[in-house]
Design a protein around this ligand. Structure first.
Ligand code: GUN
Length: 285
């Protein structure tokens, strides 16, 4: 038996179609969702991500601005720009593309973004609200993972979810979301002994460590749902995940491919956050 593929592109397209209708309704009320993406420097991967974010805005009829700043931009100037967009009422989401150049600290920049416009879900107040289960803009990749699970009939409720990775961007927030969805959650990391053995207990295995093909067949319980958040570039230029797809596909029940699994969901959830933020700004719930 071969795993059923979780087709992120298809699911992402479906969510965008659902959103299109909502955007039309909002536009009829005179509200156009607005997103600004700020890129400092010339990181090649970031340039691609930023272009794709602008394209998604265009596709959904959002107002979008992309601000490209030179690599030697000062932290003071970046903070001033964020403050300008905090005040600008036609902008509902502010995203500062990471990583930032070394001379700029990430924390003051994330903290400077108004929590109401924090479409990345990285602000400490957003993170705190997620932790205590209050309303919050949720980080995009983790909420994309939950959508993939729910929309393939793999509700986390009552399942044992094992998350490998404890980053602030994926591992920690996806663990909180799985808990909120009533899974029993185990978080593993580089110091976890017997990692393969723990992973093998998972009904749902989420892997976000950035190590190409780490997860092998013997790490996976037969029939388990395996969500691969990894995106690694191999020496031959090909992309691959943190899961050894060919090794695991015969054992897992469900499996996300890389590319085409989790990846397409991230930008779609960013669009969903921007829409939600625009609705809230205008008192529409
Ligand atoms: N760089 C890579 N992924 C992300 C993301 O989700 N948000 C931001 N702001 N920067 C990133």
């Amino acid at each position: 038996m071969s795993a059923q593929l979780i087709k992120g592109k298809q699911i992402s397209d479906t969510i965008r179609e659902e959103m299109r209708h909502e955007v039309e309704q909002l536009k009829a009320k005179g509200v156009i969702p607005g997103l600004v993406v700020i890129l400092v420097g010339e990181d090649a991967a970031s340039q691609v991500y930023v272009r794709n974010k602008a394209k998604a805005c265009e596709d959904l009829g959002y107002y979008s601005e992309v601000v490209r700043l030179p690599a030697d931009t000062t932290q003071t100037d970046l903070l001033a720009l964020i403050e300008k967009y905090n005040q600008q009422t036609n902008i509902h989401g502010i995203l500062v593309q990471l990583p930032l150049p070394k001379h700029i600290e990430e924390k003051p920049v994330i903290d400077a973004i108004s929590v109401h416009k924090d479409v990345d879900g990285f602000h400490p107040i957003s993170v705190g609200n997620l932790m205590i289960g209050d309303d919050a803009l949720l980080p995009c990749t983790p909420s994309g993972v939950i959508e993939l699970l729910k929309r393939t009939g793999n509700s986390p409720a009552g399942k044992h979810a094992v998350v490998i990775g404890r980053s602030n961007i994926v591992g920690k927030p996806v663990s909180m979301l799985l808990l909120r969805e009533n899974a029993t959650v185990t978080i593993c990391h580089s110091r976890t002994p017997n990692l393969a053995e723990v992973a093998r207990q998972a009904d749902i295995l989420v892997v976000a460590v950035g190590v190409a093909k780490l997860v092998k067949e013997e790490w996976v319980k037969p029939g388990a749902v395996v969500i691969d958040v990894g995106m690694n570039r191999l020496p031959d230029g090909k992309l691959c995940g943190d899961v050894d797809f060919d090794d695991v596909v015969g054992t897992a029940g469900w499996l996300t491919p890389v590319p085409g699994g989790v990846g397409p969901m991230t930008i779609t959830m960013l669009m969903a956050n921007t829409l939600q933020s625009a609705k809230r700004a205008h008192g529409i719930v």
